[in-house]
Design a protein around this ligand. Structure first.
Ligand SMILES: Cc1cc2nc3c(=O)[nH]c(=O)nc-3n(C[C@H](O)[C@H](O)[C@H](O)COP(=O)(O)OP(=O)(O)OC[C@H]3O[C@@H](n4cnc5c(N)ncnc54)[C@H](O)[C@@H]3O)c2cc1C
Length: 401
């Protein structure tokens, strides 16, 4: 799918809430713009001068979704249930620590010089930074999901050295932004040999983390460490205070009641939550109840790993061979994913219904091509009807503006 937005819509991204905040624009358009953390707790681009709009439409990962495939789960060479073999990585990792285990393998086997990744800012642990990890220890410090915004490309591209090679770990939109950039500026070869992504239901506002702290009864100034999950699977959301005390909340509560209810508005229209453009994408391989749906019961971490390219397959095979990862192949992957990751399945399959309802009420929607209709055919009419009714109810109650 290639959902280039029209001019009006791309201006809508430049000037309004649809900028996902990847941070590419300052690199590409220089002083004409800068990233800003808005009062709504999301990073947005602010333009102070004119830019080349057609270039903008090419590089923006929201405006240019050319990597979205017509298949709901994207291209899958092979799929595995997997986990990091190192128990410390498996424990600390968001799911089974496979993303971090791959990064450690790449560094220890000298396949790359650095891993570009996101982690907590040590000076202000509820904020995120982007860094280049060069050792297993540094990768371990970045383990886990950060459910708050970060402008991945704002600044980091200038830190890359032309004689070094890298692995990039990012959300699906980060990987798309990077690939868009590389397509438009191939001579600025960044030597990023591998791209690793993960399933993403959307990025919560930074304000949602503050709400979690409030619920935990913790003052932001007292926080010396903050994990959204991990240290088990799914583990707990945990704030560590300056006096050494720890306040925790179940992941189900922090994501279900707070973080997941405060997602970036562009994420609500995202049709790639499964990292289709990356070499490898990892998600939670939740264990299932008798109907096959996720239980979220605490267990040893487990990923579902989707291999999306031959480079990804080679990397994964070597990491398994060298003992960094243990895995078992998954047959009938699509039907397993449908139940294991129902949100990811439905957000795509029901996007057509959502767009129809919003347009009926004159609301903003991005411009998509006919791929949405193909996905729409996978969903029974009854489910579409229930979803359409829910969307209309939310519009009438002004929950959708
Ligand atoms: C915003 C968000 C939404 C998510 N939604 C889903 C979902 O819908 N379904 C699902 O199965 N899993 C979701 N996850 C969790 C993630 O997909 C799983 O943790 C995945 O299985 C990777 O697990 P792992 O143990 O291999 O990762 P780890 O080994 O713990 O590595 C995680 C990697 O992600 C990087 N990272 C963390 N936060 C960010 C961020 N905000 N931006 C860029 N990079 C980051 C870290 O630097 C680290 O390299 C989400 C995570 C995030 C950050």
């Amino acid at each position: 799918m290639n959902n280039h937005l029209n001019r009006k819509e791309s201006l809508c991204i430049q000037n309004s809430s649809n900028c996902i905040g990847c941070g590419l624009c300052p690199k590409v358009f220089g002083k004409s713009c800068h990233m800003e953390l808005g009062t709504d707790g999301t990073y947005k681009i602010k333009f102070n001068g004119d830019i080349d709009e057609s270039l903008f439409r090419e590089i923006c990962p929201v405006a240019n979704n050319r990597y979205i495939s017509s298949d709901i789960w994207g291209n899958i060479n092979n799929a595995y249930f997997s986990n990091a073999k190192d128990p410390a990585i498996r424990f600390k990792g968001s799911s089974g620590g496979v993303t971090s285990a791959l990064a450690v393998f790449l560094l220890e086997e000298k396949e790359v010089d650095g891993v570009i990744q996101v982690c907590a800012d040590t000076d202000s642990p509820i904020k995120n930074i982007v860094k280049i990890s060069r050792s297993a220890e540094e990768v371990l410090n970045c383990c886990g999901s950060r459910y708050s915004p970060v402008s991945v490309f704002d600044g980091i591209i200038d830190e890359l050295k032309p004689d070094e090679t890298y692995c990039l770990i990012g959300k699906p939109c980060d990987i798309r932004a990077f690939k868009n950039y590389m397509r438009m500026f191939p001579k600025h070869s960044l030597n990023i040999k591998y791209t690793l992504s993960f399933f993403c239901a959307g990025v919560p506002s930074a304000n949602a983390t503050k709400e979690v702290l409030k619920k935990l009864g913790v003052d932001e100034k007292d926080v010396v460490g903050f994990d959204y999950r991990g240290n088990g699977w799914p583990g707990y959301t945990q704030a560590v205070c300056s006096d050494g005390s720890k306040k925790t909340m179940e992941y189900n509560e922090s994501w279900g009641a707070i973080l997941g209810r405060n997602l970036h508005s562009a994420c609500k229209f995202c049709v790639d939550g499964v990292g289709v453009a990356a070499d490898i994408s990892n998600g939670d391989a939740w264990f299932a109840d008798e109907k096959g749906y996720p239980t979220f019961t605490e267990a040893d971490g487990r990923n579902i790993t989707l291999i999306r390219s031959s480079i990804g397959q080679e990397l994964f095979n070597k990491a398994v061979e060298k003992g960094y990862i243990e895995c078992s192949a998954v047959e009938n992957c699509e039907s397993i994913l449908e139940k294991m990751q129902p949100y990811q399945y439905k957000r795509k399959a029901l996007m057509y219904t959502k767009i129809l309802m919003l347009r009926m009420f004159g609301k903003y929607t991005p411009q998509y091509d006919s791929t949405l209709k193909k996905w729409d055919k996978k969903i029974p009419f009854k489910d579409k009807f229930i979803y359409a009714k829910g969307t209309v109810d939310r519009i009438l109650k002004k929950k959708i503006k």
